[in-house]
Unconditional design. Sequence first.
Length: 128
Amino acid sequence: MCRCLALGGALKRHEQLSARLSNILSQLYLISATLKRFEDDGCRDEDLPLVRWGVENALYQARGAFEGLLANYPHRGAAAFLRVMAFPFGLPHAPSTDALGSEVARIMQTPGDARERLVGGSHVASRC
């Protein structure tokens, strides 16, 4: 307890770095779950926009966490080394395109097999 009080801001910085690392791990888990679900559902072509959007979004979120981690790493030299070793060509992932987002929205709003499998087991209000 006494050591925690003495660390002050340093402890908070370590917590933030740990949170960024856990965010990266969470995004990787979401990608894994998305791909597993796609495979379990039979790799249907109509699900590809949903899979692509989910994976691209998770990679972009992980990229943001990596940027925050490297920008706030306490040892600047080590951060530069890590950036070059892990991302020699830069941080590559951009957000999904608006066209892909529109396609996902269309799939979600149109009754069909893809939507039924996606929302199966949850309540979907019927229209009057």
